[in-house]
Design a protein around this ligand. Structure first.
Ligand SMILES: C[S@@+](CC[C@H](N)C(=O)[O-])C[C@H]1O[C@@H](n2cnc3c(N)ncnc32)[C@H](O)[C@@H]1O
Length: 404
């Protein structure tokens, strides 16, 4: 397949492709954040959620999607992948074949579910298991190589910041003292005891010398030399004190310049890190409380505030966000509002049209999609429906219909 033609392009960085994401993804540029709510597998009574004959088939598909997404993600990118409570553990394992899982968040829609009791549904009729009043979100980052470097570690190495941090710890004088203490098999405290404070206590002078914060005086250097040489007949601290000190002074003079470079490297490092920008008002834990979307254009439309929080926290303003299972385009709306670029992929033309309407901030009657397209009979897109279910699920389905 050649590079696909977008179904919609607003000219400002929001693009939609109509089709199966597995065919479109390999042709797209890399993205900074994948935020997606894929089919759950037999949870809602929609054909797109009932394409698989077994859990095993569904998980193989998740594996295929994970592989494709891995190829699309930049090194410091993040993945947010929604899953049903029933499948979340297994989806997490499937995704961990490709990514490093960093969190398993829970969207708690419990308050709304309890409300169902008041809306005529008899929750006392639940007899086999606890109703699903949550959705799960697997959060993962890129796995960078066989050593499983995290995005942050990688950023440290790429920016040179890590080397600078290590380098900053090295002082010629400090290193020399350290190696001599090691050779003589003495501890830092033994040396520190040679230089008690006025009240007889121990000071941090030795640590300061080893870290390169300052240097011993000539008299202190001589005291250490005498102490070490008296230990076992060997000769220690043979280097000339004045030369070591000169070296130290030289480094100190260059300190301001070094510090400037260091700050620059630090800035590069911050740029290269996996974005994570939490505000005081954000829900900082792994349980998120957001009201369900009542005015839905799609049966599983996510609340915009929930999706917006993810976009804001896990991307930078210049970033591109990908949602390969776009549905009614909630991710794209959040991206648009927050000034990010975004790519959406959706297999149903009717949902693409709904997303375009939302992006254009027009009122949308569900029965009248754009371009004269109709909401496709879902079986035509996915083949025979294989609704998994049992009585309890049917009941929960009804509960959901009454509440979501
Ligand atoms: C759970 S819904 C997403 C709802 C979305 N989060 C919203 O807020 O509207 C999953 C969507 O994935 C679409 N889909 C299923 N298989 C697909 C595929 N292979 N490629 C692209 N879209 C697909 C379905 O049509 C459905 O609209």
């Amino acid at each position: 397949m050649s590079v696909p033609t977008p179904y919609y392009d607003d000219g400002k960085g929001i693009v939609i492709y109509l089709g199966d994401c597995r065919e479109i993804l390999p042709h797209l540029p890399k993205v900074d954040l994948v935020l997606t709510d894929p089919p759950y597998h037999g949870v809602v009574e929609e054909s797109w959620d009932n394409q698989w004959a077994s859990d095993h088939e569904f998980l193989s598909w998740v594996n295929e999607i994970g592989h494709l997404l891995d190829n699309q993600l930049v090194d410091n990118g993040t993945v947010y992948f929604f899953a049903s409570p029933q499948m979340a553990a297994r989806v997490e394992v499937a995704l961990s074949q490709h990514f490093t899982v960093i969190a398993h968040a829970v969207w708690n829609k419990g308050a709304a579910r309890q409300g169902a009791a008041g809306s005529g549904v008899d929750i006392t009729a639940l007899r086999t298991y606890w109703a699903s009043n949550t959705e799960r979100v697997i959060v993962a980052e890129k796995r960078l190589n066989a050593a499983y470097l995290s995005a942050d570690q990688n950023a440290q190495q790429q920016s040179g910041y890590w080397q600078a941090c290590e380098g900053a710890k090295v002082s010629v004088f400090g290193q020399y003292l350290k190696s001599e203490f090691k050779l003589a098999k003495v501890t830092n405290t033994q040396i520190a005891d040679l230089f008690p404070s006025k009240t007889g206590g121990r000071t941090g002078c030795v640590s300061n010398w080893l870290l390169g914060l300052n240097v011993p005086t000539a008299a202190q250097y001589q005291s250490m030399r005498l102490f070490l040489n008296g230990l076992n007949g060997a000769e220690y601290l043979k280097e000339n004190y004045e030369e070591l000190k000169e070296n130290y002074e030289y480094l100190k003079e260059n300190y301001e310049e070094l510090k400037e470079n260091y700050e620059e490297l630090k800035e590069n490092y911050e740029e290269l890190r996996r974005p994570f920008f939490m505000d005081a008002n954000d829900q900082w834990g792994q349980v998120w409380e957001f009201a369900i979307e009542r005015d839905r254009k799609h049966p599983t439309q996510k609340p915009l505030p929930l999706i917006s929080q993810i976009v804001k926290v896990s991307s930078r303003p210049s970033n591109t966000i990908l949602d390969p299972f776009m549905g009614s385009g909630t991710t794209l709306v959040a991206a648009q509002q927050l000034g990010r670029k975004a790519i959406g992929i959706e297999i149903s033309q009717a949902y693409c049209d709904i997303a375009i309407r939302r992006l254009s901030q027009q009122q949308l009657p569900l029965t009248e999609p754009l371009n004269g397209s109709k909401i496709e009979p879902q079986e035509e897109l996915y083949g025979t429906s294989t609704v998994r279910g049992n009585k309890e699920k049917d009941f929960v389905g009804k509960l959901r219909k009454n509440t979501d």
